[in-house]
Design a protein around this ligand. Structure first.
Ligand code: AMO
Length: 434
């Protein structure tokens, strides 16, 4: 009987002939007996005991199939089950210099990422990543949003020129997409509420624990909604994802030592404050920013950054919407709030416990003249946005959407500090390999 370790650890198999395929995760040789910890293809482990005479050439990460009888022994790790082996079939004897061990520098683990992803921690993280994608898709499908895809090779910037990656495209110069938003906006006219999940690219020059140069971007856009509707969509989506992760990924969360009670506090509605209130809180805390190499108190008009966002949510257990940023801090497409001079109808969502921004969104400028002015004001090349302006020329309607960084969401859900750990092959300013 060939099944995975997790299913094998079951009373009903005790005394039966079983087999397991996998890799040698750990090996402990004694004179007569050798204890192998076998890791199966899903990252579960089971101890196998085998005569030492059979194991002379076995090395860490060798792949094999073990045949034997399942027995119970309290001393066996992770559940007290083990296989008393009577024969093995070898697929590959690994070279004996496997570079990943218990204590490694972070750099080596990243250099050898193609092997380091075999660690059980990375397996658990990847399984939760898969669940997050699954439940995102499920929420949108259940709520009648249509999944679309947008091109990644584009002519115009969405989120400002400073983080654009140039790409030589035959005789032309084009960019890697920073966001699918403008294309999603085009699709709401024939599909209504749409969403997509695509990689976005940002030439982020700073090294931080929350920036990648390539990240997975979940984006949604819908016609005729208000900012409040949009915040509700985000609340529902995120609470749905978390509720199901807590229910269905218990093993992984436990392995990662995630405090589930913290996640269970995520419920709608999330907290909300205005941008002005956020600045007031920070001013009361005498929060300083460095501006042209001079440190000064934060003021209205300043952007929020990693540290200020951390302060705003470090003691909260619920996510926090910061609403109504100054237009000058936001890209050209943000709709101006006619009731509040200089402010945009936009909101960022900050994760609790200081994890910082995980989504950004709002209503889009739907008036052609205003949008043309904003494009000119930002010094953008109008011809690259002519197609986008058509959306305002032909049947423009109030609409809005948001973008959520999957890796940012994972940092919070998994309580992981460094965003690189949320993705199997991270891309940063200094790393494009493996
Ligand atoms: P923004 O640029 O704020 O807005 O991005 C949206 C969300 O994407 C994530 N994110 C990142 N994640 C990892 N590494 C990065 N370098 C990175 N940059 C952004 C964050 C962020 O909240 N089009 C707008 C959204 C909209 O209004 O619909 C946009 O892209 O989680």
């Amino acid at each position: 009987m060939d099944i995975r370790a997790k299913e094998l650890k079951n009373e009903s198999y005790i005394g039966k002939n079983v087999s397991i395929k996998g890799w040698i995760h750990r090996i402990r040789k004694q004179k007569e007996k050798t204890f192998l910890l076998i890791r199966d293809e899903r990252g579960s482990v089971i101890q196998c005991i085998i005569d030492s005479s059979e194991t002379n050439n076995l090395t860490i990460e060798s792949s094999l199939e073990i045949f034997g009888v399942l027995q119970k022994d309290q001393r066996a790790p992770e559940g007290g089950y083990e296989i008393k082996a009577n024969s093995i079939k070898i697929f590959n004897i690994a070279k004996n210099d496997y570079p990943i061990g218990e204590y490694q520098s972070l750099d080596l683990l990243l250099d050898k990422r193609h092997l380091a992803i075999r660690t059980r921690r990375m397996t658990m993280i990847s399984k939760i990543r898969s669940s997050i994608l699954y439940y995102s898709r499920k929420w949108f499908t259940d709520n009648d949003w249509i999944e679309v895809t947008a091109p990644v090779i584009v002519k115009g910037s969405v989120e400002g020129g400073s983080t654009l990656f140039n790409l030589k495209y035959f005789e032309d110069n084009v960019f890697l997409s920073q966001s699918a938003q403008l294309y999603l906006e085009a699709m709401i006219f024939s599909l209504g509420p749409v969403w997509s999940i695509t990689p976005s690219f940002r030439a982020e020059k700073s090294r931080t624990v929350r920036h990648l140069t390539e990240f997975l971007h979940l984006e949604a856009e819908a016609p005729w909604l208000s900012l409040d509707d949009l915040l509700k969509v985000q609340e529902e989506l995120i609470t749905f994802i978390i509720k199901h992760i807590v229910q269905n990924n218990k093993l992984e969360l436990e392995f990662l030592k995630r405090d589930i009670s913290e996640l269970e506090k995520t419920s709608s509605p999330f907290d909300r404050i205005t941008y002005e209130k956020a600045i007031d809180i920070l001013r009361n805390r005498e929060f300083k920013i460095v501006d042209k190499e001079i440190s000064r108190n934060i003021e209205y008009g300043d952007d929020l950054g990693i540290e200020s966002e951390r302060i705003l949510t470090e003691n909260s257990s619920k996510p926090l919407f910061v609403i109504g940023y100054p237009l000058k801090l936001k890209p050209f497409y943000v709709k101006a709030d006619t009731s509040k001079e200089g402010l945009g109808i936009a909101a960022d969502l900050l994760a609790p416990y200081g994890f910082g921004e995980i989504t950004s969104g709002g209503l889009r400028e739907d008036n052609l003249d205003n949008l043309e002015k904003r494009i000119a004001l930002e010094g953008l090349e109008k011809s690259n946005y002519d197609w986008y302006l058509d959306l305002r020329r032909y049947g423009s309607v109030q609409h809005g959407g948001f973008g959520l960084g999957i890796e940012r969401l994972m940092r919070w859900i998994l309580n992981i500090n460094d965003i690189k750990d949320t993705v199997p092959f991270p891309r940063t300013i200094t790393r494009v390999s493996p």
